[in-house]
Design a protein around this ligand. Sequence first.
Ligand SMILES: *Cc1c(COP(=O)(O)O)cnc(C)c1O
Length: 221
Amino acid sequence: MSIQSNLKNIQASIPEHVTLVAVSKTKPSSDIEEAYASGQRIFGENKVQELCDKFEVLPKDIEWHMIGHLQRNKVKYITPFVSLIHGVDSERLLREINKQAAKNDRIVNCLLQFHIAKEETKFGFSREEILELISTGVFNELKNICIKGVMGMATNTDNQDEVAKEFSSLSSLANELQAHFGDDFKTVSMGMSGDYSLAIENGSNMVRVGSSIFGHRNYQK
Ligand SMILES: *Cc1c(COP(=O)(O)O)cnc(C)c1O
């Protein structure tokens, strides 16, 4: 199957209110150009260097999403152009993004990543941590950040009930937090190639799909 037909099939299988982020990590720019030619404009990457390299050479109307774990010392490289940072998982990272955004005279869109999976290796805030940051007024200080919603990754398991439960807990949390963050806060980023349909059934409105579009990744290169 070609990238273009994969994209068409996925677009046809997701409802209109769901945004598709095409996850192009490890894939060459020529693959992105192919997806671009069939109308895809939103791409997700998880490494800062790779994201910057691709931004340089590819069309400027692409919306680049940073979906991976972001180190504070690398925030400055993506702040000038990034459209949405999905993996914001600490107060220190929030403050660094805000600082760099101010330097660039930008408002940077961010999603709060929540830890919903069973694996300890996955990143993210807990509900309690965010409620604490809200109550201490931290978000009001971050004038150059717009919190657009939440992001999460489910446990890597065949147990569909468990995955559905994790997704629905994240969308309930998003509903709860919307009262604080207001109308800009409406993105629920969850679901990847293996579980995006289940994620949408449980409240996702942004899916991050890589291998089902571009094929399996080869990390050996
Ligand atoms: C790689 C990645 C994806 C896409 O994974 P696929 O299984 O290839 O669809 C989605 N989200 C994040 C955070 C990723 O790192």
